[in-house]
Design a protein around this ligand. Sequence first.
Ligand SMILES: *Cc1c(COP(=O)(O)O)cnc(C)c1O
Length: 350
Amino acid sequence: MTRRVTPGCQFASDNTAPMCPAAWNALEQANAGSMSSYGNDPWTARACDLIREMVGGHAEVFFVFNGTAANSLALAAMCQSYHAILCHEVAHVETDECGAPEFFSNGTKLLLLPGAGGRLTPEGIAHAVERRRDIHYPKPKVVSVTQATEISTVYSIDDLAAIGETCRRYGLRFHMDGARFANAVAALDVAPRQLTRDVGVDVLSLGGTKNGMGIGEAVVFFDTTLAAEFAYRCKQAGQLASKMRYLTAPWVGLLESGGWLGNARHANAAAARLEHGLRNLAGVEFIGERQANAVFVHLAEPLVEGLRAKGWQLYGFIGTGGYRFMCSWATTDADVDAILADARDLVARA
Ligand SMILES: *Cc1c(COP(=O)(O)O)cnc(C)c1O
């Protein structure tokens, strides 16, 4: 079979990567014969158990096709239409989900908060809750954080514990968009439960796609009372896979092998290599402090044009005005070195 790839797209997104072998092999095994449908199969049961094991015990787990569904259905499960969700102004739920959280919750309003490094703060949350408590304003109900954040930083355990404490003080639910949760776990070198259950997270949107799967995210309820009737919500939204094993087998592959963490470590390391190579290069200015698997930079215009002319796809990031170089489980040292060589060549000839 001929391999068809899009040249130069390696750093445009972690979604340009193929499936990793652990996920692919599990998918192949799940294809071995007939099996019960709609999640009543051993792969799905095993995937649920492995995710529970990963997050430290009791939890309700659901599987959906993508992160927009995971986030918006999770948020809808926690909100009435007159409620509000507090999130960062660059949060994916705000900037990249086409209003799905508002749609699936029948009108719940997102309230956008600023915060250095893409992170919410306890003070910012407290201020947002306290500035209005009257009947004319939607009632804050959920805090949604992104871990790792949209700009490749992470919340520390202490950051999250303080936010969890603020949530308890104000009677708010705590949601985590973990599209890149594995990258945060790898960056901090902690146990998954320390970033979720132990700090009071109620619901986690757990990313599979960017971690090395082909399709699929999980919704993990730590407060299992919130999961009541969630299966109906998924079905109504078109998010109940009939051949569920194809969504869940890759989770088994990634979790049983430990590949989920290995993939994330690899992606973070690739970003570190790229960051290191870009240091001290004229025309490159770093935006923020990288902790996970992406490097954000302002680039001088000739560098932008030059890299594009050499065939690299560059992704301009809305939130920061610069360019985002995203690394994945599949990013090789050779990929990193190739783009660095092109950048150095352009700078030398400028
Ligand atoms: C990629 C991503 C998602 C999921 O996006 P989908 O395209 O809906 O799968 C959610 N949150 C963040 C922060 C992401 O980067």
